[in-house]
Design a protein around this ligand. Structure first.
Ligand code: B12
Ligand code: SF4
Ligand code: SF4
Length: 376
């Protein structure tokens, strides 16, 4: 088998099926990554969404029989909406991060990887594969870095010279000995724009994230939002793009190469007030196909309540009171109490005093009491 020629054919085919960048890496253990993951674990800087078994993350041979190479792919996503919608007083809107625009990227990248598998299988019957996107054991970024897709930026994102950091990543482990590409040069230099702009100081130093402080993580938790972060959330409903939007490497970058990735403005910048009382069915219909809905309705509704407080949207008080008095979920009732207090006014105070009498959950009661003291 002429693997050099096969590699070339794979590259050409990848372009035909809408893979924007492809790179090849060896399947040797990721020793530097192992140290980093152990350090992150010891510091409690991990999000908990990562694969728990570090050995599986760094040794491809633990998850694949005789791995010889890894094919890394990247697909570019848009950074601007073709048509947008604007929020205004009385009709405030939240925002989903760009990585949640359009159809769930896991589906899109898996489709490309399975096409690639079928193509290679037809050329090399001895080939075995295992493809993954995001939810697999490997670090998609470490693979992409090794395969020369992009460099690992100080904001921890993989930055490609062609599409900036607005790329999704995926990979395929295979037993084929395909020649590896070389990593590319890191262009961050002395820039520190992402570190300076991060609202929560989550980037503790260039290339190191405390995920527990990262808004992208915090928007995906299901419990109460820790008090120190509530004012930092702004109108973000899912994810955070700040350390990417400030990056000079993303300046002017806006690719619209995949129709599936085009956002529906009403879904990615939804009205906040209807969201707060949305039924499961409506939620599924509106957001179900987006990657940002994977944690379900509750975190998004909690974040919508926080966003209404951020706007100090007085007209939303009746809806927030409805949550405070009638929602069955303590996290939403308690967050509504906080938001009502933030918006303030006599009606807010009266509602909180009444709610205090009726409330039986101790955590919600605490939020109500904190709210009342804020208004006194
Ligand atoms: C857990 C996770 C998160 C967590 C933690 C993120 C993080 N930075 O670790 C949270 C929920 C916060 C998150 C947020 C986001 N995520 Co995320 N996430 C993941 C996931 C599942 C695992 C990442 C992981 O293992 N992190 C642990 C760190 C330690 O390792 P790593 O970043 O993977 O690897 C790098 C470091 O280890 C570093 N490194 C290794 N050794 C050393 C040594 C030194 C000295 C230094 C400086 C660095 C260094 O080099 C590696 C390569 O860059 C991956 C998918 C996957 N399976 O890999 C997606 C993934 C990283 N996420 C992705 C995206 C798009 C995002 C968001 C942009 C979404 C958003 N807009 O909100 C944000 C970005 C926030 C940020 N600054 O990272 C993309 C990244 C695409 C890209 N271009 O880089 C991925 C790859 C998903 C995908 N398949 O496309 N995510
Ligand atoms: S995603 Fe937001 S919170 Fe997280 S590191 Fe980047 S700027 Fe900071
Ligand atoms: S903002 Fe500057 S330091 Fe941060 S990733 Fe971009 S180029 Fe690198």
């Amino acid at each position: 088998m002429d693997y050099r020629a096969l590699k070339q054919e794979i590259i050409e085919y990848s372009r035909e099926i809408g893979i924007d960048k492809i790179g090849f890496a060896s399947a040797a253990p990721f020793t530097e990554l192992k140290d980093r993951l152990l350090r992150q674990q010891a510091l409690d800087y991990q999000s908990g969404f990562e694969e728990k078994d570090i050995n599986k993350r760094v040794e491809p041979s633990r998850i694949f029989d005789e791995p010889r190479s890894i094919i890394a792919i990247a697909l570019a996503y848009p950074s601007k909406m073709r048509e947008s919608v604007k929020g205004k007083q009385g009709a405030r809107r939240g925002i989903f991060c760009r990585a949640s625009w359009g159809e769930d990227y896991h589906t899109v990248l898996r489709d490309r990887l399975s096409k690639l598998e079928a193509f290679i299988a037809a050329k090399a019957p001895e080939a075995h594969f295992r493809s993954m996107v995001d939810t697999g054991e490997l670090s998609d970024r470490a693979v992409a870095e090794r395969a020369g897709i992009g460099w690992s930026g100080k904001n921890t994102s993989i930055i490609t010279p062609e599409f900036g950091s607005y790329v999704y990543l995926g990979e395929m482990i295979t037993n084929l000995p395909l020649e590896p590409d070389k990593p590319i040069e890191n262009r961050c230099g002395t820039c520190t724009k992402c570190l300076d702009a991060c609202p929560t100081g989550a980037l503790v130093q260039g290339g190191q994230l405390n995920a527990k402080r990262c808004i992208a993580f915090l928007t995906q938790t299901k419990d109460f939002m820790p008090a120190e972060f509530r004012d930092k959330l702004g109108n973000r409903l899912y994810g955070c793009d700040t350390c990417q939007t400030v990056c000079p490497e993303n300046k002017g970058i806006d690719f619209h190469l995949h129709e599936e990735m085009e956002p529906d403005p009403e879904a990615v910048k939804p009205l906040l007030e209807p969201l707060v009382s949305m039924s499961n069915k409506e939620f599924k219909q509106t957001f179900g196909s987006m990657s940002g809905s994977w944690r379900g309705k509750k975190p998004i509704q909690r974040n919508a309540i926080i966003a209404l407080a951020h706007f100090k949207e007085e007209s939303a008080l009746p809806s927030l009171m409805d949550v405070l008095f009638h929602d069955v979920r303590p996290v939403l009732r308690g967050t509504a109490a906080w938001a009502i207090a933030k918006i303030g006014g006599e009606k807010a105070r009266e509602a909180l005093i009444l709610a205090k009498e009726k409330e039986s959950d101790s955590a919600v009661k605490e939020e109500i009491e904190k709210g009342i003291s804020l208004l006194n």
